[in-house]
Write a protein that binds this ligand. Structure first.
Ligand SMILES: C[S@@+](CC[C@H](N)C(=O)[O-])C[C@H]1O[C@@H](n2cnc3c(N)ncnc32)[C@H](O)[C@@H]1O
Length: 235
């Protein structure tokens, strides 16, 4: 069973488009402003690209999108296919384990930009042993050294004060440690109510990577703290 995607994800995303629009706009503004290579793009956990800006996707010559969810490919094509076709961007949709295919993909597409699209923070839901997930997430940066790559992922999620408007995006550097005054101030501005769910992604990005923090109004009274950043090739 797919706990992080599937029809329930599509149903929620479709219904929540208006609620999610501010967070999606913050992701779009950030992605468009970045200088990552824009030749080939490999998306891991693309789903239908509910939170992915078409304006960014069409800047690539090729898009290779992976998701384990069989609904993802037709829905991605429905949402983004036409614009990609019009701009001459080749679209290849893969139904399968994009994380499992990483070694193969980084070898076959060494100049591509790899983007983990809100998938890494979900891994804790698919494993019994959260410590091994945290270790695996912390080691990903070693595996990705030979390519340019980045990720948008949940850092924390949980209930938040229903009255407060969510804060505008905040810039910082990875890793944003949970006990740092900046992180605590950010959670306070989000109106986060303890306890929050830790998505174990604190160590995903290389130390010193510029990041954006975005507050995502996921559902009434419940918000996610998204972190996004990218790292150039280092090998
Ligand atoms: C929270 S959803 C994000 C969806 C997408 N980024 C969007 O904006 O609509 C996480 C997605 O990751 C996918 N996923 C989970 N594990 C995966 C894996 N090993 N390989 C590829 N996709 C995976 C799920 O099927 C799901 O569609």
């Amino acid at each position: 069973m797919n706990l992080t995607g599937g029809w329930h994800w599509h149903w929620r995303a479709w219904r929540s488009q208006e609620r999610w629009a501010p967070a999606a706009a913050q992701i779009e503004t950030w992605l468009l402003a970045q200088t990552m290579p824009r030749d080939q793009l490999v998306l891991i956990g693309a789903s239908a690209g509910w939170m992915l800006p078409t304006a960014w996707l069409i800047q690539f010559k090729e898009v290779h999108a992976w998701d384990i969810d069989p609904w993802a490919a037709p829905l991605f094509r429905w949402r983004h296919g036409r614009a990609l076709r019009q701009h001459g961007t080749l679209l290849q949709l893969h139904t399968g384990d994009g994380l499992g295919a990483l070694t193969r993909c980084t070898q076959s597409l060494p100049n591509a930009f790899f983007w983990f699209d809100n998938v890494l923070g979900q891994l804790r839901f698919t494993a019994d042993d959260v410590q091994s997930v945290e270790r695996q997430l912390g080691q990903l940066k070693q595996k990705m050294r030979s390519v340019a790559w980045g990720s948008v992922h949940d850092r924390m999620s949980g209930r938040c004060s229903p009255s407060g408007a969510l804060p505008p995006p905040q810039q910082g550097l990875a890793p944003a440690a949970m006990d740092s005054p900046q992180t605590q101030a950010w959670l306070h501005r989000m109106g986060a109510i303890s306890p929050c769910l830790d998505h174990l992604t604190e160590q995903v990005l290389v130390e010193g990577t510029p990041v954006q923090h975005t507050a995502w109004d996921f559902k009434p009274g419940y918000a996610h703290w998204l972190e996004m950043g990218w790292c150039p090739k280092t090998l």
